[in-house]
Design a protein around this ligand. Sequence first.
Ligand SMILES: Cc1cc2nc3c(=O)[nH]c(=O)nc-3n(C[C@H](O)[C@H](O)[C@H](O)COP(=O)(O)OP(=O)(O)OC[C@H]3O[C@@H](n4cnc5c(N)ncnc54)[C@H](O)[C@@H]3O)c2cc1C
Length: 473
Amino acid sequence: MDNVRFRVAIVGCGIGGLALAATISQFTTEGKSQDGIIQVDLYESKSEVSVIGAGVGIWKRSWQVLQGLGFEEDLGKRGVKVPVDGESRGPIFRKSDQPTPGYDFHDHVMPYGPLGLHRPTLLEILQSKLSKDCTIHTSKALVNYTVHAGSNNATVTLHFADNTTAEADILIGADGVYSATRQTMFNGLSKETGNDEYARYARAEYSGTLAYRGPVPTDKFKEKYPGHMAANRPKAWCGKSQHVITHPVGPYIGVIVYKYCSDLSSSPTLTRYQNQTVVPSSRDEVLALCEGWEPELREVLGSIDSDPSKVSCWVIHTVNPLPFCVLGKVALIGDAAHAMQPHQGVGGGQAIEDAHLLGRLLAHPKAALATTSKPSTLPAILKLYEALRLPAAQKAARASYDNGLMYEFNYPGFIFGGESSGTSVTEPDASSRGPTPEELKLLGERIGESFAWLKEGDVEGDWRKAEVELEKL
Ligand SMILES: Cc1cc2nc3c(=O)[nH]c(=O)nc-3n(C[C@H](O)[C@H](O)[C@H](O)COP(=O)(O)OP(=O)(O)OC[C@H]3O[C@@H](n4cnc5c(N)ncnc54)[C@H](O)[C@@H]3O)c2cc1C
């Protein structure tokens, strides 16, 4: 291709990879003729760009990015309501780990939105935003990469499972929690330096959380249980070391049972399906998890679709907080860099914010210097991305982890129904006293505060700060 400024390889066509390509497309339109194009090649291991069709919550800052990409119009055409500025009602938190009716302890008011977006819709719209300089290559599973020092500049070679290779000037690993890019980066360092510590960063770590998901058909449920509290508002049904989120979304009430499970071998589902990350489950299995919980919750769980193919268990893995996510001309974004617990619903939003900032930095005319006078510009730009985004995403990961502890009565200062030391969690202990309503009221206030950061700052403000730093390079 003539007039190429530089070549970017993105591994993974999930939320992060597509948002990055869309941002580069958006911001390279101006100045194209004088600086040349950025050639973007996206490599996806699956045979098509697809995702399991659950919803994803999009908060203020990531919504601003999507707005900039023109999502408001696209969603409007699909009849999807977009978030409005200002407070909105979130889930009602409830104590539920008791055989008699539980009680509400916190009516959550959220600082903004969020927008509940169907994942396939999000990917489809992002994909529609790619310019003709972006090419998607499917059935291309990255195995590893190698970096070659050239006469003028280093290039990166990607090695795929089908024994083919591809070359690029920079490689962005957007390949999720089990990232082959991250494994190559940190296992390589471990081997080179003899420091085993790096291997901890290469692997995805089991988080101790299982997430059982299944839909409840709304109409049938309302007919059987008229006026049921789960049909109209999202609910968080909390208890010791386990909680359930129910969320009415049109024809279905989405149900996720989060269960703390320290030892995977103690879970019958998981011993049947070793080493898989999403495994089949069933309504009966989900009901059994909430044996002894309040009747209203069991009514919801007992109404989960009886088709077992619609019920699954996700083995949640996370990434240990990385010391860096950029090495030379290779960078990690999204879950590849900071996969987190899902308890604040912000992992996808962090991937979008990474993509936005990195995309704008790469599209900036300053980055074009890499092809002419200053080859060191690209690694320096990647490092700038890392400095601005990694700490912020790791803070979000910590908040998500803390929220899980709060919802399951394991947060320091709010440990009920079993002992705990530090921030480690424990199995429920029936002999232990549960929380009082006053204690739960305080816990509810703490939960409310934990969402406050989601209304702070704005991505445009972050970009202006980044631009100041970029000018100094
Ligand atoms: C139960 C649950 C609920 C959640 N709820 C929310 C929510 O409400 N809001 C929110 O913001 N986030 C939520 N998240 C988190 C969110 O799903 C992730 O943070 C987000 O999907 C990360 O996007 P990503 O693009 O980094 O990775 P992914 O979405 O995992 O995409 C990675 C892509 O890379 C591809 N890939 C993987 N390996 C390779 C390879 N070797 N070669 C080529 N391609 C490869 C994959 O096929 C995939 O397409 C939730 C997560 C869970 C588990």
